[in-house]
Design a protein around this ligand. Structure first.
Ligand SMILES: [Zn+2]
Length: 166
C-alpha cells in the first residue's frame, strides 16, 4: 500500500491509500476519489519539493510545520486533514501566512524542474551525485519521503495555496 498526500481543487489537504502507483490514476480516472472535507472530485497528489539549501531548508521547514498552519488544519475539523492546508484567508495573520507560503513556493519552483513521479529517484541521483545538482519538485508518496529523509535527503511538502486548483 502507498499513502499519498492529496489535495482537492479547493486546497484541502488529506491522505489516501492506494494499492500501487497505477491505482491512484485508475481511481481518479474512474471518478472514485473525492475530498473528505468538501466532497470535490478534482483530487491530485500534493507536490513535494526538496529543500534548496541548508539555510533555506530550516526556514522552509519551520514554515511548513508552523503552529498556526496546524491549528488551521485542525480548525477545519471534519475529515482526516492530516496535511496542513489553508483554505481561505480568514484573518490578517492567515493572509500574511499565505503570502509567505506563496513567496516560499515561488522561490522553490522558480528555478526548479518538475520531474513528476520520478521525484524520489531523481532526488536520490542528485544527492549521490549521479545527476546534475539542481532544484526539482514532483510527486512522492509518504513512504518515499520517509526513505529519502532517512538517507539524509531533505525534502518537504510544497505549500498548498488556495488558488492552486482554481
Ligand atoms: Zn476539498
Amino acid at each position: 500500500m502507498i499513502r499519498y498526500a492529496l489535495t482537492c481543487k479547493a486546497g484541502h489537504g488529506f491522505e489516501g491509500w492506494f494499492r500501487g502507483l497505477d491505482d491512484f490514476d485508475r481511481q481518479k480516472a474512474g471518478g472514485l476519489l473525492s475530498c473528505p472535507v468538501c466532497g470535490g472530485s478534482e483530487v491530485d497528489k500534493a507536490l513535494m519539493a526538496p529543500a534548496v539549501s541548508t539555510s533555506r531548508r530550516k526556514e522552509a521547514r519551520a514554515e511548513t510545520v508552523t503552529p498556526s498552519a496546524r491549528q488551521a488544519a485542525a480548525a477545519e475539523g471534519a475529515g482526516p486533514a492530516q496535511v496542513p492546508a489553508i483554505a481561505a484567508p480568514r484573518s490578517p495573520e492567515q493572509a500574511a501566512l499565505i503570502e509567505k507560503l506563496r513567496a516560499l513556493r515561488a522561490e522553490l519552483t522558480a528555478n526548479a524542474e518538475d520531474v513528476g513521479t520520478a521525484f524520489p529517484e531523481e532526488a536520490r541521483k542528485i544527492h549521490y551525485g549521479e545527476a546534475e545538482a539542481r532544484g526539482i519538485y514532483g510527486a512522492a508518496s509518504r513512504e518515499d519521503v520517509g526513505e529519502l529523509l532517512e538517507e539524509g535527503i531533505a525534502v518537504m511538502p510544497l505549500p498548498v495555496l488556495p488558488e492552486d486548483r482554481n
